[in-house]
Design a binder for this molecule. Structure first.
Ligand SMILES: Nc1ncnc2c1ncn2[C@@H]1O[C@H](COP(=O)(O)OP(=O)(O)O)[C@@H](O)[C@H]1O
Ligand SMILES: [Mg+2]
Length: 204
């Protein structure tokens, strides 16, 4: 079994890349061959102390907001051919839900997350990884559109959080982690040919 990490800043195109990779693997090797595991599911519940967008008491972009030890343990479990119970996080209420998602082991697991390559315990579990990069202005614009549309946020709140937390944490943790990836990919181009080459790179 192989674990492929897809990392990069918020709005860089990670999820788009991960989904395309998953779709092409599924088309070639059949349903159930690959699956996506998202870092976003591993947010620690901080609803008790969260007071609103840009609240300095809660920084969702800092690595300490993510339960990386649990994610690492889950990757190890999948490698041993065991199923895992993935936590579910609600972005509107900032809470971890009571239900979990049962995920069976797959020959290829794609992990999608912006801080994966900043964490030694995660890097150790990855067989291959890509860092998707895009300029800050592009990442901000994409994130603004997504958070307003899908996460019930206001444009003002998104902008405030970007300035106070997303940008500083990107510059401090994400950008320097680029060097830890097997490959850097531009988030501004068509991913299809890159995905084709990646599938060869991981030995298929
Ligand atoms: N290579 C690309 N070219 C053009 N638009 C893209 C590309 N990758 C992603 N996008 C667009 O950018 C937005 C954010 O992409 P997404 O994959 O959700 O980013 P991330 O998961 O890194 O936050 C989406 O609207 C997506 O359609
Ligand atoms: Mg994403």
């Amino acid at each position: 079994m192989k674990i492929v990490g897809v990392s990069g800043g918020s709005g860089s195109g990670k999820t788009t890349f991960a989904r395309l990779l998953n779709r092409i693997l599924t088309e070639r090797f059949g349903a159930g061959y690959s699956t996506i595991l998202a870092q976003d599911n591993y947010y620690i519940d901080q609803s008790a102390k969260f007071r609103g967008d840009g609240d300095p008491a809660v920084n969702f972009d800092h690595p300490s907001s993510i339960d990386f030890p649990l994610l690492a343990a889950h990757l190890q479990k999948l490698k041993k051919n065991n199923a895992i119970d993935v936590p579910v996080y609600d972005f509107v209420t900032h809470t971890r839900e009571k239900r979990t998602l049962h995920l069976a082991p797959h020959p290829i697991v794609i992990v999608d997350g912006m801080l994966l390559l900043s964490q030694t315990i995660i890097i150790q579990e990855l067989d291959y990884s890509v860092f998707v990069e895009a300029p800050e202005a592009v990442r901000f614009q994409r994130r603004l559109e997504r958070d307003v549309r899908e996460r019930g946020r206001t444009p003002e709140g998104v902008e405030k959080q970007f300035r106070a937390q997303v940008k500083p944490m990107h510059d401090r943790f994400i950008e320097p982690s680029k060097k830890n990836g097997s490959q850097v990919v531009s988030g501004l181009v068509d991913f299809a040919p890159i995905v084709d080459l990646l599938i060869v790179s991981i030995g298929y």
